[in-house]
Design a protein around this ligand. Structure first.
Ligand SMILES: [Zn+2]
Ligand SMILES: [Zn+2]
Length: 317
């Protein structure tokens, strides 16, 4: 599957580069770099060790090459949130086996459709995990998708990678002595995002609503927008208490104060870019004004640089 995906991705990227000869050079350079980065991340999935951090008696954070994962262990079977890259699944299973080895049936929850959170679905399903996600995650995985910013096209996922259980707005799961709320965000990072709140453990996985310590990627091609991200982080803040351990899609484990700082940064950038746009500035003119300057030293060193992030904000206002 990944070979086909790569081949098709490269072919489509080639076609796009030809058709996009009029695009600014930086756009093409960025698309090429990003595709290389996706290939590198898949390769990294095979070699990056999985770091395990205990969040509660039976709830653990797993961090490797893709999005952050959480696993709950117990006699009723494991609940795993997100599946990273297919190449990382052997290491993820080793990390879970080190916590508890059992033959119970297991559940995999996807926070959203993106490849760095779902590429391992098929292999984990084959290993006995039943996949649960928002209904739009299933829809998007079942059909070809494009990640516009990166110029990457993905074919429909294999049948075994698709969520079997889906829900619309809210789902409650009682499992291993804890109760979990699964709640759909209004479109924010994509139109498929959910959070998962473990009540007893007081652990909240918010998926890619939150990139902790860095400018976020917002997938404008599948429903994402700066306004949605701000509302989504507000919704997550409304669920968390001061003691809640909040797991971002990317970056280190955080808490409510950290999420508040991120929310405030997003809101300030949104206001500044909106002022430029409503004064008539083009996207290039808005970039030239460096509206994120006060934040770049802290937030601009992650997956999105200042200009890329500003461009997304401008286009999704
Ligand atoms: Zn992600
Ligand atoms: Zn994502």
């Amino acid at each position: 599957m990944s070979e086909n995906m790569n081949r098709r991705g490269f072919l489509q990227l080639g076609a796009m580069a030809g058709a996009a000869a009029m695009a600014p050079r930086w756009v093409l350079a960025q698309a090429a770099q990003a595709t290389d980065r996706l290939a590198q991340m898949r390769a990294a999935g095979a070699t990056t060790p999985i770091k395990t951090t205990k969040l509660y008696d039976n709830v653990f954070l797993l961090q490797g090459a893709g999005g952050n994962m959480v696993v709950q262990t117990g006699p009723e079977g494991k609940v795993l949130i997100d599946s990273s890259f297919s190449t990382a699944v052997a290491k993820i299973r080793e990390a879970m086996d080190a916590l508890s080895k059992d033959d119970a049936s297991h559940t995999l929850i996807n926070t959203h459709w993106h490849i760095d959170h779902t590429d391992g679905n098929e292999a984990l399903h084959a290993a006995g995990f039943t996949i649960l996600a928002h209904e739009k995650t299933r829809e998007r995985l079942a059909t070809p998708q494009t990640m516009k910013l990166f110029g990457i096209s993905l074919p429909a996922a294999a049948a075994g990678a698709l969520p079997v259980l889906t829900f619309d707005s809210v789902m409650h799961v009682n499992h291993n002595g804890d109760s979990l709320d699964l709640v759909h965000f209004d479109p924010a990072h994509t139109d498929t995002d959910i959070y998962i709140h473990f009540h007893k453990a007081d652990v909240l996985h918010v998926g890619d609503i939150w990139f902790n310590g860095m400018y976020p990627f917002i997938d404008e091609g599948t429903g994402g927008s700066i306004g949605g991200m701000i509302k989504g982080s507000q919704a997550a803040l409304g669920v968390a208490s001061d003691s809640t351990k909040i797991v971002p899609g990317h970056g280190p484990l955080g808490n409510k104060a950290d999420l508040q700082k991120y929310h405030d940064m997003l809101a300030t950038v949104r206001d500044k870019v909106a002022a430029l746009k409503s004064a008539g500035a083009s996207e290039q003119e808005a970039l030239a004004k460096k509206p994120t300057a006060e934040f770049d030293a802290t937030w601009g060193k992650g997956m999105m640089n200042a200009d890329t992030f500003t461009g997304i904000v401008y286009r999704t206002l």
